[in-house]
Design a protein around this ligand. Structure first.
Ligand code: AMP
Length: 130
């Protein structure tokens, strides 16, 4: 089981932002920006672009709903979407609220937010998720 499967199964704690029968969204623990969110399929697959077309399309539509919730909870110019997968071998999409181009810079120092604030951020996104 990957670490992200354990998160989706509730075996490892996470800051939940949204969920469906097939997908799960939670805050990135080392955010590049406030409300940096990861979207994963519950089914284990190493890399996003190895997913079958239907599952990838469904995940993209789920990610769109999460992006709208992020934008409602934390108004921003756009919600950026990135695929890296260099660290965790379980397909995932990064969703990041953008105020400027630099907000998507994965090399900059990560934010360190207290657990209480992470909880608040996730709760706001979850409340805005439709
Ligand atoms: P990458 O595989 O390169 O897309 O990076 C994996 C991302 O997952 C990084 O941004 C990590 O901060 C994040 N990450 C790793 N473990 C956890 C975790 N337990 N909870 C939340 N985010 C995580």
């Amino acid at each position: 089981m990957t670490i992200f499967s354990k998160i989706a199964a509730g075996e490892i704690p996470s800051y939940k932002c949204a969920e469906s029968d097939k997908f799960y969204a939670f805050l990135d623990i080392n955010p590049v920006a406030k409300a940096h969110t990861l979207v994963i399929p519950k089914q284990e697959v190493d890399y996003l672009f190895d997913m079958d077309d239907n599952s990838l399309a469904e995940m993209t539509i789920f990610a769109k709903r999460v992006a709208k919730a992020i934008n409602t909870a934390f108004p921003c110019r756009k919600v950026g979407m990135a695929v890296l997968g260099l660290e965790v071998a379980h397909a995932h999409i990064h969703l990041i609220p953008l105020h400027s181009e630099g907000d998507m810079d994965f090399r900059k120092e990560k934010l360190q937010l207290p657990a209480s604030e992470m909880q608040e951020i996730a709760a706001k996104i979850l409340a805005a998720f439709e």
